[in-house]
Design a protein around this ligand. Structure first.
Ligand code: ZN
Length: 127
């Protein structure tokens, strides 16, 4: 098991295993948050927070929430409002220890436009 903690330690998100891939998304929310998402089945993820310790931000078609610590502001997870057996969730892997995600491959998701994964493009050389 692996636990992601916010900076002040109030909010913890536990997952069953290390992520093998992480998603860097460029949509209007993710680029601002600067997060790296690790995806799990919702049923595999345990969010532990004291009563009143988290804030939720509705996004998109209001079908999902971004969950963050009310005290230190760290973004912890996005979660669908309606959860079924096949529902996935995203855990912000930035809150895992650097060692836990050191070997994970980072994928770029074009969430701003096509919703397809794209490869890194090297910055243009200044020749
Ligand atoms: Zn916190």
């Amino acid at each position: 098991m692996l636990t992601a903690s916010c900076d002040c330690g109030t909010v913890n998100v536990s997952v069953p295993r290390k992520p093998r891939t992480l998603t860097n998304c460029n949509c209007s929310m993710c680029r601002r948050y600067g997060v790296l998402w690790a995806y799990y089945k919702d049923s595999e993820v345990q969010l532990d927070a004291p009563e009143g310790a988290i804030d939720r931000y509705d996004w998109g078609r209001k079908s999902q929430d971004f969950i963050r610590c009310k005290t230190c502001g760290c973004v912890m997870q996005w979660k669908k409002k309606e959860v079924g057996p096949k529902t996935w969730t995203g855990v912000n892997a930035r809150n895992f220890s650097p060692e836990a995600i050191g070997k994970a491959k980072i994928l770029l998701l074009d969430g701003a436009d096509t919703w397809k994964y794209i490869k890194w493009s090297a910055p243009p050389s200044e020749a």
